[in-house]
Design a protein around this ligand. Sequence first.
Ligand code: PEP
Length: 288
Amino acid sequence: MAESCAARNAFWRHFTTVFHLTPFVFPLKLSTTMEKVRRTLIAGNWKMNKTAAEAEELTRGILAEIGKVTDVNVVICPPFTALERVSKVLGNSTIQLGAQNMHFEPSGAFTGEISAEMLRNSFCKFVILGHSERRAYFKESDELINKKVLSALHNKIKPILCVGETLEEREKGKMLSVIKKQVLGGLAEVSKEVAEEVVVAYEPVWAIGTGKTATPEMAQEVHGAIRKMLAQLFGPVSEKIRILYGGSMKPENAKELLAQPDIDGGLIGGAALKASSFAELVKIALAQ
Ligand code: PEP
């Protein structure tokens, strides 16, 4: 790779200023062949943390550090109870709002559930679906997750579909078959026309919240395999689908992970709960 995206942007901003041209910014991650491909996405999954007041404070901290970033997509996913307050604080900033789950039905007698329309009304642009904690603790199946993915897309909310193997599955050599089942099951009946809206997050279960991270090579191996699965499903559109890595991504290991050709960003748990570490991750992504 000849030069970083940041350096290219700086050059073009200077060039266009000198020659009074309309500034043109390269917003997308470039492949080694220098074609524009995918914009890096850093998403924070706050899980069941932060009251509405605490969420507001964290959001203000994040805004102060990276509220104007455009070359990387930044998404924060607070708990449902903080969505409205956080969306007001975000205002017109470039940071987007996401939710951590939803029901697939539009409305009705589903006590305790939240629909895609409700999320859209709370200004959510993304929703995390099929997180391993939901698969493990709430027994969510690929079939159920698929219904949620289809409902999110129908409501113009980008689904972040989480997939990943347990340590036992990896050790038994079942890693790719488990992930294939989750990818094909989760994305069944998604049409090529909307496939670009999908985000996939590879989150090895053994790396979530444990401090253990997949090495960049381990992660790239799976991301490359997921890209091939997406190509089988959607053809060339698969090149536009972002595949995030999740599992103890933090400022200390992000640079090497994000440098991998098929790692298009991160889904961040623990490190998203502090404005400084989350902002640091976004700045590392910007410098790629
Ligand atoms: C997650 O649960 O989505 C996650 C990636 O968590 P952590 O970064 O804490 O491992």
